[in-house]
Design a protein around this ligand. Sequence first.
Ligand SMILES: [Zn+2]
Length: 289
Amino acid sequence: MSTMPDAARSDRIWNDPHTLLCEACGYVIEGLPSDGPCPECGRPIARSLPENRPGTPWQNLRGWRPMLTTWWLAMRHPLCTLDMLTANPPRYLLLRVLAGGPLGLLLATLLLLVFERESPTPGGGSQSWSPGSALGAIIMALVLGVVLTPVAAWLLGVLTWTEARGLVIISARRGTRVHSRLAHSIVRHGAVAWLFCGVGAAMAIPWLWGFESEWRIERGPMPAWTFALAIVGLGVAFIGFMTFEMYAWLGLRRCKFANIPNPNQTGLSVASPTAQGSARARTTLQKEV
Ligand SMILES: [Zn+2]
């Protein structure tokens, strides 16, 4: 893939990452009257200004209600939320813990299965580790699950962060401009889809428990439907991952020339009809940095 023409093109179009661009076509609208249209594509300039991005409820308000509202919006109307996004990535630790909990329990169950595998001893015969009883196995899995949940949450964070870096790099290669902080906002909103991965993991756990020898001896085998549930869970987890990727891809396209408030700007931008909104957005940005 040749990146030279794109790089040359981006140098020609803007020098500063905060140069105001038409969000539709990338034309430099810096200094143009805000009540006019973009000379290149005709989109109203006011619609491209940073002030036009109000932020999602999750970005603006504390509490679980704005958060849940935004998660629902992001899945139902992804483009609508992408148009609202500011360069103010919301905290999403709770989201990662909610999605990571079932994943941690799934990993714990898998670990127990590995522990319980029969291994041959040098003198002949075999030995295997055992939690002692079904109750012991359940307690062991729960404790391991709690220990592994932060690991799963951390892994989801690494994946989400990597996706944001990817968006910035791909965007630069294409000659467009997705700001790093906006990229993090995009992927954290798309990270709602990790919840599907958590639900999918939870659906696979009952079937995996059927392999536990202690469980089987004391409680009998798991019913056949748990296998079907596990297969459906695998599908749900896959859909979750693809939804996350899809949201990031939509963000890459939708926010390719998105403007964010310039934290170094003390005066008003020429194309800026709402001074208060701009100042407020700048303050928020500076607080985050
Ligand atoms: Zn334009």
